[in-house]
Design a protein around this ligand. Structure first.
Ligand SMILES: Cc1ncc(COP(=O)(O)O)c(C=O)c1O
Length: 443
């Protein structure tokens, strides 16, 4: 455990029951260890609504959920639909389609920015869907280069790792990556890579900056001249919100230099940011949207590529015909999840509770010098944790995260920011309790 940060090691030091210890020992013995997943903290016994309960009976509100739990864990309607589907038709082998797969594809096309002029492919994971999107861009343009942001993450397949900007994932230890994965600094008005001062929350970029991040992206597209695709999260799940006008500018540049615009909405799509599709915030229509995670309702693995119909140009190729492509069970999960999001008004709830939470965080920041600015959209919010010197403090945020965990709130700490990413089904009183825990954890 020597490589585990002290704060996490303290958590490991907490007394665990024999049941938990036994499961963790067996987990460590059975799984190939890897950063971020093995070893684990504990084993989950129950996941219901916004709650996780470990095998020792400790309950935490889950503000992490790998961004899968928009409709909460174990939604009764989804459980019932899947039980029915298992009885009716549990699988569709190749050569056949299934009614739920068709219905989900049709629904996504109707709801998506492509509004009736789209086409769909399904995969079981976000990373696989990204690979499909990259292939579509290559086939369409006859080019192979991609342009993405430093520090971005788009999945673990070779295509996704080669296109993405996660330094640790791009290790030479996995051998040569695909060629042509170009990177530019990301939009991030909180810590601008070009050194410009951050504007007030919601304010446009300063005249001095002139949205340098968008201009550099355009510059790279122009100078390279043969980039197949720009791939990015429209709101970065870190979270960072682009300055107003950023995506329209990038859209114009992509059109001018013949690049496909791929929006990775795997963690942020389906209402998390207060819009069904994150692209709606700046009114930009990408060429391809990739969804995943929450599409399976926090129960089943499902991802989707929704592309402009003009990408349906290579029927002679297999661009990603995965075994579970038209699986009736996973697609029924997607269809029911979309229906629940719509019937329960979760997108509006995400937007309105998100706005109220931002206001509450601003109040907390006024009276607590360790709390800095909040940034985000809908129910995806990052709040800066400041050190004695008034600058973001990773160490303090990490300590607060582990303290919050012990007080019953599971959230992420990222570069001195605590990330609030609850299910969209969360009630106001539960959010209030979470904010109290955050204040207590910081104190
Ligand atoms: C932005 C983004 N893209 C792609 C992925 C990959 O999705 P999956 O883990 O389902 O392969 C993730 C997963 O965390 C993600 O956050």
């Amino acid at each position: 455990m020597t490589s585990i940060p002290q704060t996490r090691a303290e958590w490991y030091g907490r007394p665990l029951s024999d049941t938990a210890r036994d499961l963790l020992d067996r987990d460590a013995a059975a799984f190939i260890r890897q950063d971020g997943s093995t070893p684990c903290l504990n084993a989950v016994a129950k996941a219901e609504g916004i709650w996780l309960e470990d095998v020792d009976g400790r309950r935490v509100m889950d503000f992490h959920g790998n961004s899968t739990h928009h409709i909460g864990y174990g939604h009764p309607r989804l459980k019932a639909a899947l039980k029915d589907q298992i009885d009716d038709l549990p699988f569709t082998p190749r050569r056949y389609t299934s009614a739920p797969a068709i219905a989900l594809a049709e629904r996504l096309i109707a709801l998506s920015p492509h509004r009736g002029n789209g086409k769909v492919l399904f995969a079981t994971g976000g990373s696989d869907a990204i690979e499909i999107a990259l292939k579509l861009a290559r086939v369409k343009t006859g080019r192979y280069k991609t342009l993405a942001f430093f520090d971005s993450y788009h999945g673990h397949g070779y295509g996704a790792v080669s296109a993405g900007g996660s330094g640790t994932d791009r290790t030479q230890r996995i051998g040569p990556l695909l060629p042509g994965g170009l990177l530019v600094p990301p939009f991030n008005c909180t810590a601008c890579a070009y050194g410009f001062e951050r504007p007030a929350p919601g304010a446009p970029p300063s005249d001095a900056c002139g949205m340098m991040c968008a201009r550099m992206l355009r510059y790279a597209l122009e100078r390279e001249g043969d980039i197949a695709a720009v791939i990015a999260e429209p709101i970065r799940s870190s979270p960072h919100v682009p300055p107003p006008g950023f995506w329209p500018e990038v859209r114009r540049a992509c059109d001018e230099f013949g690049a496909v615009l791929i929006f990775d909405e795997i963690p942020t799509g389906l209402g998390k940011t207060g819009r069904l599709f994150t692209s709606e915030h700046q009114g930009v229509t990408p060429d391809i949207t990739v969804l995943g995670k929450s599409l399976g309702g926090g129960m089943l693995p499902l991802a989707a590529v929704v592309a402009d119909a003009g990408f349906d140009i290579a029927p002679e190729l297999s661009l990603g015909h995965y075994t579970h492509e038209k699986n009736p069970l996973t697609t029924r999960a997607g269809l029911t999840t979309l229906q629940i999001i719509e019937d329960e008004g979760l997108v509006d709830h995400s937007r309105s509770l998100g706005d109220r939470t931002m206001a509450r965080l601003a109040e907390m920041a006024d009276r607590n010098p360790a709390i800095g600015r909040a940034e985000g959209a809908g129910l995806l919010i990052g709040v800066e944790i400041l050190g004695e010197d008034g600058r973001r403090s990773k160490a303090r945020a990490d300590r607060a995260m582990w303290r919050a965990f012990s007080l019953g709130l599971n959230l992420k700490s990222k570069a001195g920011t605590l990330v609030l990413n609850p299910p969209l089904t969360i009630r106001e009183a539960e959010m209030e309790r979470a904010l109290q825990i955050i204040e207590e954890a910081i104190a």
